[in-house]
Design a protein around this ligand. Structure first.
Ligand code: CTP
Ligand code: CA
Length: 223
């Protein structure tokens, strides 16, 4: 045990965490984004740091302060987030918490798109963004522990199990983010841990508590 009272089971380990939304430009003043406060991802970066890990937090636009002791890389778009995550490899741990926009504008406009009286709204062509978790889960330099999240509004367990496989993750932290749960934008979270071995439901906890327990789960599997 160290002087600050904490055991450091992740000392010498490298981790990369994504957090927040991505913003995909339509033109210089408009963008496509997901809802995400970044609270859960930032809390996980902080919790891994407290256990001694050397953490790179790749964050989309959020209003949160940088967690102390964490190397924060700020990005806007999914493609930038992917590049920043790949630059952080090799790592022992990857926890992909960001709410990445699934699509971006196929051809963002260099100038602000103006309303054209009488012409109606402009068409918006979309193209698919890279899947950062899936890329990391199947990477030649794959971290030993790869964790993804699954924010669902229905069939949480089934969708979580499908994502575990498809993404090449060791763990999917799944939660029901239906508006009535208050999880989106809130400080609490109610999650299910989905692994090959089965499903474990955690009680309703603060996002900081989920982060602390998750960091502990990771440390147990690495040591
Ligand atoms: N994710 C990612 N890159 C993407 C999309 C998702 O890294 N382009 C990650 C998220 O950070 C999360 C996990 O994949 O850890 C699941 O994200 P989710 O949006 O639930 O899954 P999708 O595969 O995008 O499926 P869908 O949105 O259709 O449910
Ligand atoms: Ca998605």
């Amino acid at each position: 045990r160290l002087i600050d009272g904490g055991a450091k089971p992740l000392a010498g380990r490298r981790a990369v965490v994504t957090s927040g939304p991505t913003h995909e430009p339509i033109d210089p003043v408009r963008y496509i984004a997901n809802r995400s406060s970044g609270r859960q991802g930032h809390a996980i970066a902080a919790a891994l740091t407290r256990l001694g890990a050397d953490v790179t937090l790749v964050s989309g636009p959020v209003t949160l302060p940088d967690p102390p002791g964490v190397n924060v890389v700020r990005v806007e778009r999914a493609e930038e987030m992917l590049q920043a995550v790949l630059s952080a490899l090799p790592a022992d741990i990857a926890v992909m918490v960001a709410a990445v926009a699934d699509w971006r504008a196929a051809a963002p406009n260099a100038e602000k798109i103006k309303k054209q009286p009488g012409e109606g709204p402009p068409p918006l062509m979309l193209t698919e963004n890279p899947d950062i978790l899936k890329t990391v889960g199947h990477h030649a330099d794959r971290p030993k522990i790869v964790v993804g999240f699954a924010a669902e509004t229905q069939d949480v367990e089934k969708n979580g199990r499908v994502k575990l496989k498809k993404k090449g993750a060791d763990l999917i932290v799944a939660n029901d983010v239906s508006p009535e749960t208050g999880i989106m934008g809130g400080t609490r979270n109610s999650v299910k841990l989905i692994t090959e071995a089965g499903i474990t439901a955690w009680p309703d906890l603060s996002k900081d508590e989920v982060a602390g327990r998750l960091a502990g789960w990771i440390a147990e599997r690495l040591t």
